[in-house]
Ligand binder design. Structure first.
Ligand code: GDP
Length: 369
């Protein structure tokens, strides 16, 4: 039984190597059964779950190109926890004259006292800097079902009888969002969902009829290769991706002190007056404080253990660490470590070094909170 086997649901070539790619079936299932659908189609038909597979940038560009050629509403999801890391670059180039609804998802993660109006303005400004002028911005939480009605209303208003394309990178929360949004929208998610192929790619798109002859297309999630989330194991990812409202952790640091974020990032307060560093990272991620002079030795000794994730010897699979140096401006800023969160710094200027695996995005931005 050597020949290629095809999933009867989506047409992908069945494989057992990579769970994150199309056509995945556990090896055991593949060996035991004659007639198998891939795990994704199996879940869609059996649990009515809309799942996302990863794909590469070229395939995704082809999808975006096609969207640009049709008359449709584009709903773009970003994760408020990682706006830069979940941003789809160049979307504006592809969308043409189509309206874009930008949805800031996972708003439930922001601390309770957060002013949402401020967050919206912040996102608007950020969006402009990143080169997109959305027709509208909405904030919501797919998981907690917050403000989904407003999103549904915005979709109705903006689509104006047209098709809808939903786009977002992996882990942005697109599946959770759609699974909560669609029933609200009058779509019966218990009915089998149709999948079809995007021309010129091996990827399938999920088509959901909207009742008026139009369709909502759930596009596959693009992999943003520089997300820290793709450098760790699925178990470790559960620690990094916050599920609950962020509990800001405040550290009063003197210069020459260091914070470790598990074994994935390190912040050295090199120079400056004693000040507070407010950390917005997953509540489950351990932060360890030490003296800068001891930091290298501590990492050598405790990586994989005290300083984890990554746990065990998984640190060996990380790209080499690189240092990013920042001079903190007088205005309140966040030092963002893409996929991990941010550290809010305000007050007098300081010199800070951030060490992260090569490829992980690090930068300064106007403070969110
Ligand atoms: P997808 O890859 O874009 O389809 O993302 P998923 O829907 O699978 O979600 C990715 C991760 O984010 C999961 O751990 C979800 O539990 C979490 N998540 C999704 N939506 C939300 C949300 O609105 N709030 C919070 N806090 N977490 C969310």
């Amino acid at each position: 039984k050597q020949g290629k086997r095809i999933c009867p649901g989506c047409g992908a070539v069945l494989q057992s190597e990579d769970e994150t790619r199309p056509g995945y079936v556990p090896a055991q299932v593949l060996a035991e059964r004659e007639e198998v659908t891939c795990q994704r189609c199996f879940r869609i038909t059996h649990y009515n779950e809309v799942m996302t597979v990863r794909l590469d940038a070229e395939d995704f560009a082809r999808i975006l190109e096609r969207i640009g050629q049709t008359d449709a509403l584009v709903v773009k999801l970003v994760d408020l926890f990682d706006v830069n890391g979940t941003w789809i670059p160049d979307l504006a180039r592809y969308t043409g004259d189509n309206p874009v609804l930008l949805v800031g998802n996972k708003v439930d993660l922001l601390p309770r006292q957060t002013n949402w109006q401020k967050v919206r303005l912040w996102l608007e400004q950020m969006t402009r800097e990143l080169g997109l002028t959305p027709t509208r911005i909405e904030l919501c939480s797919g998981k907690k079902g917050l403000r989904l009605e407003a999103v549904a209303e915005a979709i109705e208003e903006l689509r104006d009888g047209r098709d809808v394309y939903v786009v977002g990178v992996t882990n942005v929360g697109k599946s959770t969002f759609l699974n909560r949004l669609l029933p609200l929208y009058g779509v019966d998610t218990r009915r089998p969902i149709t999948t079809s192929r995007f021309p010129g790619t091996t990827l399938d798109v999920i088509e959901i009829p909207l009742g008026d002859g139009c369709r909502l297309y759930d596009t596959p999630g693009i992999v943003n290769a520089h997300q820290i989330s793709h450098m760790v194991s699925p178990q470790d990812l559960k620690i990094l991706i916050p599920e609950e409202t962020l509990r800001p952790r405040v550290y009063q640091l003197n210069d020459q002190q260091t914070l470790f974020f598990g074994g994935l990032a390190r912040l050295d307060f090199v120079r400056g007056e004693r000040q507070s560093f407010v950390c917005y990272v997953s509540n489950r991620l351990r932060i360890h404080r030490t003296k800068l002079v001891n930091a290298d030795a501590l990492y050598e000794r405790h990586r994989g253990g005290l300083l984890s994730p990554p746990r065990g010897s998984d640190w060996q699979h990380l790209p080499p660490f690189v240092r990013h140096t920042f001079e903190v401006p007088p205005d309140p800023v966040d030092i963002v470590i893409s996929g991990l969160g941010w550290i809010s710094v305000r007050g007098t200027g300081a010199l800070v070094d951030v060490h992260v695996p090569q490829g992980v995005g690090v930068g300064l931005r106007r403070a969110l909170i």
